[in-house]
Design a protein around this ligand. Structure first.
Ligand SMILES: Nc1ncnc2c1ncn2[C@@H]1O[C@H](COP(=O)(O)OP(=O)(O)OP(=O)(O)O)[C@@H](O)[C@H]1O
Ligand SMILES: [Mg+2]
Length: 461
């Protein structure tokens, strides 16, 4: 960008956190002197560049801000420019155009809940926002943040959304959209499981001396198993946020799809990276597709056997490394190559059960925490009406109720009991009796397989 003299005016500022009330507003806060330095005024569009380019609206610094070299922005903006707190970011006045078309995509799990008229709602919420292609934006739907990726803008570059902008929602979902870091508070009804997992994963990495002193062998690998949608992946994400270790995550099917013909090498490089960044948790999600029982192999079974043996080699090589732990998850423990469950490998098995009454209430509370509800909505009643619903089903139920509210009234400000009742008609429980029996059998097997026994250490967390 040039000013009248043709000279580039940009400054380097330090990224700082913004107050919660500013989250999702598409604004960054700058000091008066920073604004002067780049020739912008409050309300002007600024371009931000760290690892990636994005744009935002300039807003004045908080009165209590003493330092001039800060730019305060919400976590989403930081993600959009690839910067963390304390990083340097280049800021300058932006040239932008009116957005003619902005096309947004949602994650696959949200795709189903997009309904008629939703576009108009999103557009209203994004009025006056500036975006570039590839940005993530959040729209709150009755208190629930919904994430979108800007997959296309016309004209290209930085654009500002106004009344005439055509806001479209793509029918092609994006793979996965992280909302914000997941913490243990986001998990309902699994308090005991969380403690056990922390005991097995965090404790040995934080206090290896304790284990040595007591002569206990900490587990090298922990397998979370249980029905779909009960919070296995969610729990791993919370571990990633809350443990003071590095976290490398890989989804089983990706080993074959992303690294076609290179899957073995991918495994090797994941563990190499883990050793370099220890203490480190390696998370193998949907692990049955990395190491399935022979004969059940995906695609080219020879490739798959090489991958399994590479994985076993890596797990065995971890023996002397006390600061790397493997966490794995599956909803099909029966499909796992049994070699993976031998001592010294995935030697702790933790069952993640479907939510009981109390847990369902807790999960409903978490997912409605920011949703304005009318007084007739009782979470106790909803919990008792949702036997067989997994955590994922309950999340969908809440989202569906929000959509019902909007269908009823475009300007609805609260979600009612009737909205929930309609949603209950649309979202069905996914946990069947057969499933419960299947996992009960597996719990018996797991008891026999679990050879690592150790005293209670929970008090140490
Ligand atoms: N215990 C829970 N507390 C709160 N939310 C939950 C819980 N379980 C599931 N959910 C919601 O459902 C979503 C999906 O759950 P998650 O991906 O963890 O399931 P999973 O057990 O990994 O299933 P799968 O076996 O299909 O991979 C979560 O992102 C969360 O929003
Ligand atoms: Mg999962």
């Amino acid at each position: 960008m040039s000013d009248e003299t043709g000279e580039k005016r940009e400054i380097s500022l330090r990224v700082a956190e913004t107050k919660q009330k500013d989250y999702g507003r598409g604004k960054v806060r700058l000091s008066v002197s920073a604004m002067e330095a780049i020739g912008v005024e409050v309300g002007d569009v600024v371009e931000l560049f760290a690892k990636r380019r994005s744009a935002s609206i300039a807003w004045p610094a908080y009165i209590e801000d003493q330092e001039d070299d800060l730019v305060r922005m919400d976590p989403l903006t930081r993600q959009n420019i690839g910067a963390s707190i304390g990083d340097k970011v280049l800021v300058r006045k932006a040239t932008y155009k009116r957005a003619e078309v902005v096309k947004l995509a949602v994650s696959a799990s949200m795709q189903g809940s997009i309904q008629e008229g939703f576009q108009a709602y999103v557009k209203k919420k994004l009025f006056d926002f500036v975006v570039v292609q590839g940005d993530k934006v959040a729209v709150t739907l009755l208190g629930q943040p919904m994430m979108f990726v800007v997959v296309y803008v016309r004209p290209s570059g930085i654009v500002k959304i106004d009344d005439d902008t055509q806001v479209l929602i793509s029918d092609k979902p994006v793979e996965e959209l992280e909302q914000r870091p997941i913490t243990y508070d986001d998990i309902g009804g699994l308090d005991d499981v969380i403690l056990r997992v922390r005991e097995m994963i965090e404790l040995p990495m934080k206090h290896p001396e304790l284990f040595r002193r007591l002569g206990i062998e900490p587990p090298k690998g922990v397998l979370l198993y249980g029905p779909p949608g009960v919070g296995k992946t969610l729990l791993a994400k919370a571990v990633a946020t809350e443990s003071e270790a590095n976290f490398i995550s890989i989804k089983g099917p990706e080993i074959y799809s992303k690294w076609v013909g290179e899957s073995e090498r991918a495994i090797r490089s994941i563990f190499r990276k883990a050793r370099q960044s220890a203490p480190c948790v390696v998370f193998l999600d949907e692990v049955e597709s990395i190491a399935p029982i022979r004969g059940l192999a995906y695609g080219d079974s020879r490739v798959s056997e090489n991958v399994i043996s590479q994985l076993l080699t890596e797990l065995d090589g971890m023996e002397e490394l006390e600061n790397i732990v493997v966490l794995a998850a599956t909803n099909r423990p029966d499909m796992l190559d049994p070699a993976l469950l031998r001592p010294g490998r995935l030697d702790m098995l933790v069952y993640i059960p479907p939510p009981d009454l109390q847990a369902r209430k807790e999960i409903l509370r978490i997912h409605t925490s920011r949703m304005p509800l009318t007084e007739d909505v009782s979470l106790d009643d909803l919990a008792s009406k949702t036997e067989g619903y997994s955590g994922a089903d309950l999340e969908e139920l809440v989202r569906e109720a929000g959509m019902e509210a909007l269908k009823r009234d475009r300007n609805a400000s609260k979600v009612t009991l009737q909205d929930f009742e309609r949603a209950l008609g649309a979202v069905k429980p996914s946990i069947t009796d057969d499933m419960v029996r299947f996992y009960a059998e597996w719990n018996e097997k797991a008891k026999k397989l679990r050879r690592v026994e150790k005293p209670e250490l929970l008090g140490w967390i």
